[in-house]
Design a protein around this ligand. Structure first.
Ligand code: SF4
Length: 604
């Protein structure tokens, strides 16, 4: 056993080839699923070698072949000189080409990057979307079918779909059950290669496999660069760069607009900008497009329709805070959006409205925790996406140790409007004394799931009735998750509360990224909470015990018909109080909600 420094300064124990390097940093037998992460009835379905991220690969000990060296050099030829922070990009190149990561390629990649082989392997094995071959010649499935089993898809039959496909797909297809793929309004969803199948069933999945077309299509509704400019796009940025609009004025207007971070935390945008602007140069901007919170798909909605609006917001931000480069971290599940963004970034670079900072698009690899800003920065640096201890905050010491402004896509999407429009127009009076508009992703038992822009302070009942066409036929409102898997669960009796920041905490919930998942009398809150807890157990990065062990243990306990209130309460307190990041701190919310609001389901 050897020891190495973790990205956080702690000790990471590396066990070489006898033990799989894991995202949990634990010793784990190479051939077995992780029972601690595998609650009854769940893990066995997720963990076997062809399903789920747990990988039994045993790197071979023979030296890589000359052919492997030729292959890797050809693949990386356009990437020279290699950069350690782009490790995930190189892994993606290998995986896209060979449908797996082979030990010879990983060894050669480590050599080329002058990294320990274990370091490359521990990074690769942290991310769900990478699969591993046991040796350089092993036959592997050429196609992966992913089936979402997060809450909205599970409610719509995703579990049954995955079970059916497990018995019908041939060995040439790898089946993987995955957490939310960001299409909850089209549940249940399967993804064949990168091509999404909405409202999927075994027949449509089989037809998609047989079609041979396994690539996500380009979003059809997107406004391109010419269309965006025709609508006045990039004029505000140009005015800023020309000096006719000053950074001080932009900050004043941003302040007046009340624009807040819309990735979940709700921190006022202008305060972030001022903090970063006041830090010593060089500074950076990082865009978080890793929206992995189950039930959330609004960033994808805006990206697929109007990519230049957030790009202009990003460029305005870069200019105002004095950032020399911006990194865009896009979740791997959004393959069609990625193709669109590549196209539009190329168009922008070819015909820039102003001199551009360096813009680098990066690809996530299937890790929810990378939506946490410091974990995303770790991933951008080519490491495992493990959240950092704070302080220091990323605005002071962020990406590559530089002051970094981090925003999610939707926040930047609204920057142009916030700067151009009078505050009273950008943020008109909402409801119940609230100000402005909010974007909601709505899924579950409603007639029309989708993305809706509604007044701040609207209630869940009003959102369903006025924007979603009411409840789906045959369904009555029973409860709802106001903020995705981590925001807790509220009963129908509390469906008239305003859905806004700083309101729901009194009820043990929060709005987060405004992902509203609606439950009906055909659902049980305890099932929703169990689904959420299993999700957190699956996604925990594992660096702190309360989260790593607590989520898995809670998921096991929550299977019991009658819940052990005292024990679950202790676990919830430990997770909330002693976890490093928001994942572990919020993981108990759905569990506590059931104990507080749906006691009849678990006290029987
Ligand atoms: Fe990792 Fe969970 Fe700790 Fe966050 S709370 S750092 S996800 S183990």
């Amino acid at each position: 056993m050897t020891q190495a420094r973790s990205p956080h300064g702690g000790r990471a124990f590396l066990y070489g080839r006898q033990w799989r390097a894991t995202r949990h940093g634990q010793r784990r037998p190479r051939d077995g699923p992780d029972k601690a992460l595998a609650p009854a009835g769940w893990s066995e379905a997720r963990a076997p070698s062809i399903i789920g991220r747990v990988n039994p690969a045993t790197p071979e000990t023979a030296p890589p072949s000359a052919a492997a060296a030729t292959e890797i050099d050809a693949l990386l030829a356009g990437e020279l000189p290699l950069r350690r922070d782009r490790l995930l990009e190189y892994l993606h190149r290998l995986h896209d080409r060979f449908a797996t990561l082979r030990p010879g390629h990983l060894r050669l990649l480590a050599e080329r990057l002058r990294l320990a082989e274990t370091e490359v392997y521990e990074v690769a094995s942290f991310y769900h979307h990478f699969h591993f071959a046991t040796d350089d010649r092993a036959a592997v499935p050429g196609l992966t079918v992913r089936v979402c089993d997060s809450l909205a898809c599970a409610m719509a039959g995703g579990e049954a779909l995955a079970e059916r496909l497990a018995t019908t797909l041939g060995g040439e297809v790898r089946l993987q059950r995955v957490p939310c793929v960001g299409r909850c309004d089209a549940a249940p969803v399967a993804v064949v290669g990168t091509r999404q199948i909405d409202a999927a069933d075994p027949a449509t999945v089989a037809a998609a496999i047989a079609s041979g077309d396994h690539v996500a299509p380009l979003p059809e509704e997107a406004v391109d660069l010419a269309g965006y400019r025709a609508g006045g796009g990039y004029a505000t940025l140009a005015a800023l760069v020309a000096g006719t609009l000053t950074p001080a004025t932009v900050l004043e207007r941003l302040d007046a607009s009340g624009l807040r971070g819309l990735g979940g935390a709700g921190f006022p945008a202008v305060r972030k900008w001022r903090i970063v602007r006041d830090q010593p140069a060089p500074r950076l901007v990082a865009v978080n497009i890793d929206e992995g919170e189950p039930g959330t798909f609004k960033d994808r909605h805006y990206l697929e329709r109007d990519p230049h609006r957030f790009l202009e917001g990003l460029l305005i931000a870069c200019h105002v805070v004095g950032a020399e480069a911006a990194y865009l971290y896009l979740r791997d599940e959004y393959a069609g959006a990625r193709a669109l963004l590549v196209r539009e970034l190329d168009a922008l670079r070819a015909d820039p409205p102003v001199p551009l900072p360096e813009l680098e698009l990066r690809r996530g690899a299937g890790a929810y925790v990378c939506g946490e800003e410091s974990a995303m920065l770790e991933s951008l640096e080519g490491r495992r996406g493990m959240p950092r201890l704070r302080p220091p905050y990323v605005a002071e010491v962020g990406l590559f140790g530089r002051p970094t402004l981090v925003h999610n896509l939707e926040t930047l999407h609204w920057v142009r409007d916030a700067v151009e429009q009078p505050a009273e127009r950008f943020a008109p009076p909402g409801r119940r004394g609230r100000q402005g508009l909010r974007t909601f992703s709505v899924s579950g038992r409603v007639a029309r799931p989708g993305v809706y822009r509604a007044p701040a302070g609207i209630s869940a009942r009003e959102l369903v009735d006025e924007f979603c066409g009411g409840m789906a036929a045959g369904h009555d409102l029973y409860g709802y998750l106001p903020g995705g898997a981590s925001g807790g669960i509220l009963p129908a009796a509390l469906a008239d509360l305003p859905l806004d920041f700083d309101v729901l905490q009194a009820h043990g919930c929060f709005i987060g990224s405004a992902a509203v998942i609606v439950l009906s009398q055909h659902d049980r809150a305890r099932d929703a909470a169990l689904n959420a807890m299993r999700f957190f157990a699956h996604e925990s990065c594992g660096q702190c015990t309360p989260c790593r062990v607590g989520t898995a243990k809670a998921a096991q306990l929550m299977v019991a018909p009658r819940w052990d209130r005292a024990l679950l309460g202790e676990l919830a307190t430990a997770m909330a109080d002693a976890s490093i990041c928001g994942l572990g701190q919020a993981a108990p919310n759905p569990l506590r909600s059931v104990l507080d609001h749906f006691a009849d389901e678990v006290d029987g």
